[in-house]
Unconditional design. Structure first.
Length: 318
């Protein structure tokens, strides 16, 4: 083995590599290691030569060794992600690259081991944070969605409920844009492209659209550019204001109606003749813009006829 390491190229690779490097025989005996392996696992170089590869593998992973050796013998190389154990008993995550080479008529194995425990911990924390975020998003009463230029990367259940979309429906940006009012659709597509490109666009604005069965929706859309899995994306929040807009419309109508009633009362005080009175009432309703929403008074058979309460209620519902 000393002759093998006398080769300048292999010596540089072996001794200077930032990863742990092992030289093993096909039986699993450790023939030599570099300094990084000693630092990583806690054994001295001499102690390593008294060990076998199986001494560095946790019991719950050892049952995979047979399949690993079989694949290595057949393909002469192998890459895998697994767990190893240090001298102090600490189990940690590693990426392993194995390469079989021939030396002096014998096959030996080069193993390069990279400690990825910090990477795996970061991934675990990221996954945990993402799960917490999804839980919070599902508890929200608003629609929360993340998308890029064409794909919906995440959407909470509120989106499906609001637009009445089947839960097994695959979502895409073009599909959701198709549910927007044509004018809003154009604005939303334009703003999304500009936002992804880093250009300034309003963060919040009102839009209108439809459920998949045609019900009208009014919403406040708030959006911001974010990074999602390392790539640009847009975080979107929809607030449903449909009922608010309906109530607002009714209040506006009722305000007009109160104004009309006030004007009609003043007209009744001034005008004693029924025909000018009816004409004046008609003009008031028409000028205020509620002529078609309120049933007009009728003069029939010498009597003044008023709409019944049911008729007025039906008109107000519209």
């Amino acid at each position: 083995m000393a002759d093998f390491l006398d080769n300048i190229d292999y010596r540089i690779l072996f001794r200077e590599c930032n990863d742990a490097v092992f030289i093993e025989d096909m039986a699993g005996n450790i023939l030599s290691v570099n300094k990084r392996a000693e630092e990583l696992y806690g054994y001295t170089g001499r102690e390593f030569t008294e060990l076998k590869v199986t001494d560095l593998i946790p019991p719950n992973v050892a049952d995979q060794l047979g399949e690993i050796v079989k694949t290595l013998k057949a393909d002469k190389q192998l890459k895998l992600r697994t767990k190893n154990v240090k001298k102090n008993g600490e189990i940690f995550d590693v990426d392993v690259s194995l390469q079989v080479v021939e030396f002096s008529g014998k096959e030996i194995v080069f193993a390069i081991i990279r400690d990825i425990s910090q990477l795996m911990e970061l991934q675990r924390r990221h996954k945990e944070q993402w799960e917490n975020y999804k839980t919070l998003a599902e508890l929200s009463q608003n629609v929360i969605m993340v998308h890029n230029d064409k794909d919906v990367l995440f959407a909470n259940n509120k989106l499906y409920e609001l637009f009445r979309i089947p839960y097994d429906k695959k979502l895409s940006v073009p599909f959701l844009l198709s549910l927007a009012d044509p004018e809003c659709r154009k604005k939303m597509a334009e703003y999304s492209q500009k936002r992804l490109a880093g250009e300034y666009v309003p963060e919040s604005y009102e839009i209108s659209g439809y459920t998949i069965d045609g019900k009208t929706l009014n919403m406040i859309l708030s959006a911001r550019k974010i990074t999602f899995d390392g790539k640009p994306a847009i975080l979107v929040n929809f607030v449903d204001i449909t009922e608010f807009r309906k109530m607002e419309t009714k209040l506006k109508f009722l305000n007009k109606l109160l104004k009309a009633i006030s004007m009609v009362n003043q007209l009744i005080v001034r005008e004693k003749n029924i025909y000018p009175l009816l004409a004046g009432i008609s003009n008031i309703l028409e000028n205020i813009g509620i002529y078609t929403n309120v049933l007009p008074f009728l003069y029939e058979d010498g009597e003044l006829k008023c709409p019944d309460e049911l008729s007025v209620d039906e008109k107000l519902k519209k």
